[in-house]
Design a protein around this ligand. Structure first.
Ligand code: COA
Ligand code: NAD
Length: 702
């Protein structure tokens, strides 16, 4: 009879002396209080139990422990804490076996490492992903992993936090035995019996040496991680903690705990935890329980940059794709664009040419006729960004595509309701805004129109899931969530440059904040013609009270300095380079523009630049949430993280604004508004939150 050790852990001894310590805490057996308490009671019981000769740690359900309970982070945790539990398992006087399946991650893998023997299901994964949550494997992982796989391998695993296949972990020595039966309990029991028959005793990981742990190795890794961490502290904490494996285990564990304490007071930790839960929270939409429509075949209109990227993303998700272009020549170009998206995979050996050809043969077709779209489940239009063209395309597909199919536009800015209105089935029309390169970027903005049916929204989210993308639900407005906010901080950057800031200093400031590139580098990458045509499209309707601060960008267009594609923009890309020194003609051009406008340049420090950039971003984001374009602040955060290069370790613009203080940001906005009340008009939501002493985080609850 199994005995209850806590609400979720039981203890039972087989006739031949195997004590089964069994956890059942769905969905992922996270090591919350009830699990830790039960594990503690069970190991105490085992050590004192004369009928038990060996212990087997096993989890019911889809996975062995998938880590510490992240939702407990930041609160007060009750004893026993996980490091105590792991140390107690290692100290057991009789052998302990862990049978791992599913995803044995973080604290789960640390439980495995603290056990004396490890068996794992062949298809399962292990890993120490704590680095992504701003912490270190703090339950002995930084000390025990190097003792089973060597310090260099442990450093790689811990600083990248990658999920490793059990097969690889076995090769590295971290797992003793692989099993392919799919029955971790039976396999674990059989292994225990074998060990008993061999007379195996406890085999404590902590007692093993780490021959490759040298001061030189850690010095080398510290330098390496400093270069790759991009402002994130946790990879460096990880190296610091692992380096303590040069010490005897007890001292090493103490050092690990000291580093762990530092991570827990670092603001990057709550930001990264916010990102972890945020990635999941964005799926909580009003349509979450609605069944999606059938989704097997996708028609893509346009084989340009986006169409070819979306086609690759759809093929990678296992969907069949038909690509439609304007004529035979454009069809051939579209297919070439698609193949180019696979070139590096083939070159790096991740995919063979034969496998690519086979997949395209089976799943991909092209046509210059819209008739080829008649039977598809979903159409994604990715033609030129012009309302007349979009309307013409939607008129055509309305006449051809089968009833019940989803009709989507990849428009970046245009009114999805206006596009829907030119069909007889606006309920089937939606915006699916992919980001370039579409087969790589994780964000998908699902733009829901006035009349879009709930199951069409659900189908958009289903598509994202199949493509392993993060979908964010957005409402209709110029630029939706992401591009609308981007527009505001780009405008702030342009105004600063006109007023005297050096564009290179703006880029450097934004990089120092943690973005991979600054706004002017980004403009060069996207092509300055896009913004130019966008502005010309708005000339007729622009509010005359709005400051026009893009004159210097217009001059760049006129000079043919369009960025990387013309080998000259803000920077010089001679010879097709991907980065380069500043274009030396820019400062004089901007100064001439200022003179023309009668602006006396004033200096901007890095701090001035960031204050304005962040204030513009926060204010527009607050408008986007206040108007219901984004469901919650967390949706803005995930849009920024997955589509716009916002540093994950800051959690997102709304999380960051809470951390800075909404009152501080509102004060900045009011100060800047003295010069330009139109642009810096405070968002009503921001004012309200400050008045009520509330935060954006409060709006994420419930
Ligand atoms: N603590 C608390 N909750 C957790 C959790 C953890 N360690 N791991 C997962 N969850 C929750 C998720 O938030 C989700 O909750 P929801 O359904 O309310 O949104 C639920 O468990 C299922 O997780 P999900 O990620 O949707 O399932 P999946 O099958 O796609 O992935 C994992 C499973 C385990 C691979 C993934 O959840 C994961 O990577 N978890 C974190 C592992 C980790 O970092 N552990 C180290 C912590 S120190
Ligand atoms: P692109 O110019 O690279 O490709 C557009 C393609 O559409 C061309 O190959 C053209 O031949 C084809 N086309 C035009 N009219 C057509 C028609 N009537 N029928 C069939 N094919 C037609 O443009 P892009 O960068 O791929 O952008 C496409 C859409 O995606 C635009 O709405 C754009 O705003 C949006 N978008 C672009 C990006 C980006 O970074 N490039 C990002 C997100 C969204």
């Amino acid at each position: 009879m199994a005995e209850q050790m806590s609400d979720v852990v039981t203890y039972e001894v087989t006739e031949d002396g195997v004590a089964i310590i069994r956890a059942d805490n769905p969905p992922v057996n996270a090591l919350g209080y009830q699990n830790r308490l039960g594990l503690w009671n069970a190991i105490e019981k085992f050590d004192a139990d004369a009928t038990a000769k060996i212990a087997l740690v096993h989890c019911d359900g889809r996975t062995f422990f998938a880590g510490a309970d992240i939702s407990e982070f930041g609160g007060v945790r009750a004893d026993p804490l996980l490091p105590q539990v792991c140390d107690r398992y290692e100290a057991a006087t009789k052998p302990v076996v862990a049978s791992m399946h599913g995803t044995s991650l973080g604290g789960g893998f640390e439980m495995g490492l603290a056990s004396h023997y490890r068996i794992a299901q062949k298809k399962s994964k292990v890993g120490l992903p704590e680095v992504h949550l701003g912490i270190i494997p703090g339950a002995g992982g930084t000390q025990r992993a190097p003792r089973v796989m060597g310090a260099a391998n442990a450093l790689e695993a811990i600083t990248t936090g990658r999920h490793m296949s059990a097969v690889e972990a076995h090769e590295l020595g971290a797992i003793d035995r692989l099993d392919d039966s799919g029955d971790p309990l039976a396999a674990g029991l059989a292994y225990c019996r074998e060990l008993l028959a061999e007379g195996a005793g406890p085999r404590r990981t902590g007692e093993r040496p780490v021959p490759d742990a040298t001061p030189e190795l850690f010095a080398e890794w510290t330098e390496k991680v400093k270069k790759t961490a991009k402002g994130q502290n946790s990879p460096l904490y990880c190296v610091e903690a692992v380096s303590a494996c040069m010490l005897p285990i007890a001292e090493g564990l103490e050092a690990e705990r000291a580093v762990s304490a530092k991570t827990h007071s670092d603001p990057q930790r709550p930001a990264l935890v916010h990102a972890f839960f945020g990635e999941r929270a964005v799926n909580k939409i009003p349509e979450a329980k609605v069944a999606p429509r059938k989704l097997e075949t996708v028609g893509i209109i346009g084989g340009g940059t986006m169409g070819a990227g979306i086609a690759a993303a759809a093929l990678n998700a296992g969907l069949s794709v038909v690509m439609v272009e304007m004529n035979a020549e454009a069809v051939a170009r579209g297919e070439k664009n698609l193949r180019r998206n696979y070139a590096s995979s083939v070159a790096k050996g991740r995919m063979t040419q034969a496998a690519l050809d086979g997949m395209l043969e089976a799943k991909f077709s092209t046509s210059a006729s819209y008739d080829a779209l008649a039977d598809v489940d979903l159409v994604i239009e990715a033609v030129f960004e012009k309302m007349e063209v979009k309307k013409e395309v939607f008129g055509k597909i309305d006449a051809i595509v089968r009833e019940g199919a989803v009709l989507a536009s990849n428009t970046s800015y245009l009114d999805v309701d206006e596009i829907a209105a030119c069909t007889k089935r606006p309920q089937d029309v939606i915006g699916l805004h992919f980001f370039s390169p579409a087969h790589i970027m994780r964000l998908l903005e699902v733009v829901v129109g006035d009349k879009t049916a709930p199951d069409v929204v659900a189908t958009g989210f289903q598509l994202a899931k199949m493509m392993k993308k993060v979908a964010v639900r957005a409402g209709v407005c110029d630029g939706f969530i992401g591009n609308r906010i981007l527009g505001a901080y780009m405008k702030a950057a342009n105004m600063m440059v006109e007023d005297g800031a050096d564009p290179y200093e703006v880029d450097a400031a934004v990089r120092s904040f943690g973005y991979p590139m600054g706004p002017f580098q980004m403009g060069d990458l996207a092509g300055l013609d896009i913004g130019y045509f966008n502005r010309r499209g708005k000339d007729a309707t622009r509010d005359p009270e709005t400051r026009y601060s893009e004159g210097f960008l217009d001059r760049m267009y006129e000079n043919g300095w369009l960025g990387q594609k013309t080998e000259k923009g803000f920077y010089d890309y001679a010879g097709g380079a991907r980065s380069g020194p500043p274009n030396p003609e820019i400062p004089a051009m901007i100064e001439a523009e200022r003179r023309k406008l009668g602006i006396n340049a004033k200096p901007f420090s890095r701090e001035d630049i960031l204050r304005r950039y962040i204030a513009a971003m926060t204010n527009e984001a607050a408008k986007v949430v206040g108007e219901g374009i984004a469901l919650r602040p967390v949706d803005v955060d995930m849009t920024s993280l997955f589509g716009y290069g916002y540093p994950r370790w800051r959690g997102g613009p709304m999380h960051h604004a809470d951390a800075v203080g909404l009152d501080v940001i509102l004060n900045d906005i009011r100060e800047f508004a003295k010069d330009d009340p139109k642009f810096w008009e405070p968002a009503p939501l921001l004012v309200k939150l400050v008045e009520e002493g509330r935060s954006f985080a409060d709006l994420n609850k419930g």
